[in-house]
Write a protein that binds this ligand. Structure first.
Ligand SMILES: [Zn+2]
Length: 233
C-alpha cells in the first residue's frame, strides 16, 4: 500500500470516528432530565399546594355556616315555642335571626368562591397530571432509545479506534504529523481526492504535473491552495 493511500484510509477512518463523536455529543445532550418535565412537575406541585391551602378555608367556612344555622334554629325555636309573650321581645328575636342570616349569607358567598377556586384547581390538576404522565412515558421511551443508540455508536467507535490505531502505526511518523496538523484546521479532512484534475477539498484545478506526481502515491503532494494531501486513485 502506498504512503498516500495509507493516509487516505486513515482519513476515512477518522471521518467515521468524527461522525460518531458528533452523534454521541447529540445523544448526550438529550440524555438526562427534561426541562419540560421538571417545569410541568413544578407547576403541578404549586397547584396542589394551592388546593391543599384552600381545604382548611373551606372547612372553616362550613363550620361557621353550621354555627350560624344552629344559632338561627335556637332563636327560631324560642320564637315559636309560645314562651315569648311580648311583641317587643319577638321583634328583638326577629332582628337577631335576620342579623344571623345576613352573617351566614356572607360566609355562604365566601364558601362559594372557595369551592369555585378549588374546582378550577382540581380540573387543572387532573389535566396537568395526565399530560405529565404522557410526557414521562414519552421521555422514558426516548431515554431507552437514546441509551441503545449510545451503546451502538460507542461500540462502532471502539471498532474504528482499533482500526485507526492499526492504520496509524503503519504511517510514516512525519506523514502522520503533517496529517494531524492538517486535519485540525481543515474541517476534519487532511486528505483530498483528485477528480478530473480538481482538488475535491477546495475545488481548484491542480496543475497536471502535480497530479502526475501525486498519482504514484509514494510522494506526499499537497494541494497548492488548501494544502490538503492529494490522493489520486
Ligand atoms: Zn485543495
Amino acid at each position: 500500500m502506498s504512503r498516500v493511500s495509507q493516509l487516505y484510509d486513515l482519513q476515512e477512518t477518522d471521518s467515521e470516528i468524527m461522525v460518531r463523536e458528533t452523534a454521541l455529543g447529540n445523544i448526550e445532550a438529550r440524555l438526562g432530565e427534561s426541562d419540560d418535565i421538571l417545569s410541568a412537575r413544578q407547576v403541578l406541585a404549586e397547584d396542589r399546594e394551592r388546593a391543599a391551602a384552600l381545604e382548611p378555608v373551606q372547612r372553616d367556612h362550613e363550620w361557621q355556616i353550621d354555627d350560624f344555622k344552629t344559632k338561627i334554629s335556637a332563636v327560631e325555636t324560642k320564637m315559636y315555642s309560645g314562651s315569648v309573650l311580648s311583641s317587643r321581645e319577638l321583634t328583638n328575636l326577629q332582628e337577631e335571626v335576620e342579623a344571623l342570616k345576613r352573617g351566614q349569607s356572607r360566609i355562604d358567598d365566601a364558601l362559594l368562591v372557595v369551592l369555585e377556586q378549588l374546582e378550577g384547581l382540581q380540573i387543572s390538576i387532573r389535566v396537568q397530571q395526565s399530560k405529565l404522565s404522557q410526557m414521562e412515558v414519552e421521555w422514558d421511551e426516548e431515554q431507552q432509545r437514546l441509551n441503545a443508540e449510545k451503546a451502538k455508536v460507542n461500540s462502532e467507535l471502539d471498532r474504528y479506534k482499533v482500526r485507526r490505531s492499526g492504520q496509524s502505526s503503519l504511517v510514516d511518523p512525519r506523514d502522520l504529523s503533517l496529517y494531524q496538523s492538517l486535519i485540525k484546521g481543515r474541517g476534519g479532512r487532511a486528505v483530498a481526492r483528485v477528480e478530473r484534475n480538481g482538488c475535491q477539498g477546495c475545488r481548484i484545478s491542480i496543475p497536471l504535473y502535480q497530479v502526475q506526481r501525486a498519482r504514484s502515491g509514494n510522494e506526499v503532494v499537497q494541494c497548492p491552495s488548501c494544502e490538503r494531501i492529494l490522493y489520486v486513485n
